[in-house]
Design a protein around this ligand. Structure first.
Ligand SMILES: [Zn+2]
Length: 154
């Protein structure tokens, strides 16, 4: 029993060698974040998800650790769509070399697809959506002019 407990503790704090640790993800939003980042069953690296962890700042939070992943700035900011308080830690050789607070841009150009299946931006051109309201989130597609909420985007 004691041995099992120790094992679980180690798993929870296990460090990654190279990759990203996304902290302060809104509770239960980790799967939505992975979806936004395009991480699915074809991703070759190890992905660890910790959900509903007690956090001093925001009640419960999720943490995602992705081994072997590098992230561009627009990819980092995409996370703000479902987790505006998230921080992205870039890890190299087991050390955090950079910390980014995610920031929702005013314009999402080529970041996410328009959820409207018949929108022309899904067939040609680069999808462009404008953030009209941060909380609760509302974005408008510049092509079909429809407005979408967070639930519709993730
Ligand atoms: Zn559209």
């Amino acid at each position: 029993m004691a041995a099992k407990k120790k094992e679980e503790g180690e798993m929870r704090v296990k460090k990654i060698e190279n990759g990203v640790v996304i902290d302060h993800v809104n509770a239960s939003k980790a799967p939505a974040v992975l979806k936004l980042l395009g991480i699915d069953s074809t991703f070759p690296g190890t992905v660890s998800i910790l959900m509903n962890i007690p956090s001093a700042k925001f009640g419960l939070k999720d943490i995602i650790k992705i081994e072997g992943k590098s992230m561009a700035e627009n990819e980092i900011n995409r996370i703000a769509l479902v987790s505006p308080h998230a921080t992205v830690n870039i890890v190299k050789d087991y050390k955090v070399v950079k910390k980014h607070a995610v920031k929702l841009p005013e314009k999402l150009e080529g970041v996410i697809r328009c959820p409207n299946a018949i929108c022309i931006s899904n067939r040609e051109g680069v999808p462009r959506l404008r953030v009209e309201q941060q909380s609760p989130l509302k974005v408008r597609c510049e092509y079909c002019e429809r407005v979408f909420t967070e639930e519709q985007l993730a």
